[in-house]
Design a protein around this ligand. Structure first.
Ligand SMILES: Nc1ncnc2c1ncn2[C@@H]1O[C@H](COP(=O)(O)OP(=O)(O)OP(=O)(O)O)[C@@H](O)[C@H]1O
Length: 359
């Protein structure tokens, strides 16, 4: 339950399993909040994200009445394919734009990879995906909290990172492979067990399971429990040389799911990456370490786990088997050519995100 101050007075907003209820609490007027003063407001509804309840419509039941209370013009786009995300990104010019994304993380990543570097965009992420890593990491854990942040939150710089690949690398997509040399990300770059389970979880069969798909894919990967041979450097310093690795994640945010706190020291306000990794372990040890990540990120205190803060990560793959070379970039899967992959911050962008707190 939340009290939201709108252009026509305070409104009590409640949520049931099947709908959001908008109950006005008398009349009165609040001025247009700063975030809603953007000259251009676009709502992009990524309709295939998460497991939606058809009667529970964030746009019609929450956003539309809020925007209408101040008669704010806006455009609403419901996606019809992944191409819709790219075309909305391409349509945003230099006019300062508030872009409300009703989606999961993949849609956000598709957007930041398609938007022009000159575009002045403030993103509000309304969590409707399966993991919602970015929304949980910035404190917008529910659609209601996200919509309320439009009236009480503030815009902060969006920290972006990129994974850079050797010439000849391929982005593996449902529609077929495409050449790729770099990809922007805001949540995670990974190799090893994490990349394998994300790649394997993206089958139509497992997608039906929602968040459970990661657990099922993890069990299947652990049945084989491959070793991932490689080396990596952090800010130019050799950290592991010809190691037998199991888990290798470069995290930009603290949480990958509501309760999965993979990198407790990550701060979305800071331009830094954290490497979380461990050497090849027996499946029971892997499960034990991962279980600690669900207990407020305690795994990073486990002596078997490496945890370090850095800006750049240079990874060198010493594997030939294509399945063991896959790299995950915010859920997208890349088959890299050659042996080198670089993760680094994108130095400057004109993108911002809506944060719920003002400090
Ligand atoms: N109408 C559509 N038809 C096919 N694909 C779509 C359509 N609308 C959106 N998509 C694509 O579906 C994917 C949805 O990803 P999104 O991140 O929003 O949700 P998710 O995968 O459930 O969540 P998460 O990434 O948090 O696990 C994106 O790749 C998006 O481009």
């Amino acid at each position: 339950m939340s009290l939201i101050f709108t252009g026509t007075g305070p409104v009590l907003v409640t949520e049931s399993p099947s709908e959001y209820l908008w109950t006005p609490q008398g009349s009165g007027q609040a001025p247009v909040p700063p975030l809603l003063q953007a000259p251009n407001i676009v709502v992009l509804d990524s309709v295939k994200s998460g497991n939606r309840v058809s009667t529970k419509d964030v746009y019609k039941q929450l956003l539309l009445p809020l925007l209408d209370s101040w008669n704010l013009p806006h455009s609403y786009v419901a996606t019809t394919s992944p191409e819709s995300v790219r075309s909305v990104a391409a349509s945003v010019g230099t006019t300062p734009t508030l872009l409300v994304l009703i989606s999961g993380d993949t849609t956000i990543t598709e957007l930041v990879n398609s938007v022009a570097s000159t575009a002045s965009v403030t993103l509000l992420t309304v969590p409707m995906g399966t993991g919602n890593a970015f929304a949980h990491s910035v404190g917008l854990s529910t659609p209601l909290a996200a919509v309320q942040a439009l009236t009480t939150g503030t815009a902060r710089p969006l920290r972006l990172y990129e994974a850079v690949f050797e010439h000849g690398s391929q982005l593996l997509a449902q529609e077929g492979a495409q050449p790729v040399t770099s990809l922007r990300f805001l949540v995670v770059g990974s190799w090893g067990l994490h990349a394998c389970l994300v790649a394997d979880s993206d089958s139509p069969e497992l997608r039906k399971l929602g968040n459970e798909r990661f657990k099922v894919a993890a069990q299947r990967v652990l049945e084989q429990n491959p070793v991932f041979h490689g080396s990596f450097r952090a800010d130019g310093r050799a950290v592991e040389d010809h190691a037998a690795l199991g888990y290798f994640v470069v995290a930009a945010v603290p949480r990958f799911e509501a309760t999965f706190e993979i990198s407790p020291a990550s701060d979305p306000a800071e331009n830094a990456l954290h490497v979380v990794y461990f050497h090849h372990q027996a499946p029971a040890a892997v499960m034990e370490i991962m279980g600690q990540a669900y207990a407020a990120g305690k795994h990073v205190q486990d002596p078997r786990v490496g945890y370090l803060k850095t800006h750049t990560v240079e990874l060198e793959l010493h594997e030939q088997d294509a399945r063991l070379r896959r790299i995950c970039v915010d859920g997208l899967i890349v088959q890299p050519a050659g042996s080198r992959v670089l993760f680094r911050p994108v130095e400057s962008t004109s993108l911002q995100y809506v944060s719920p707190d003002k400090n």
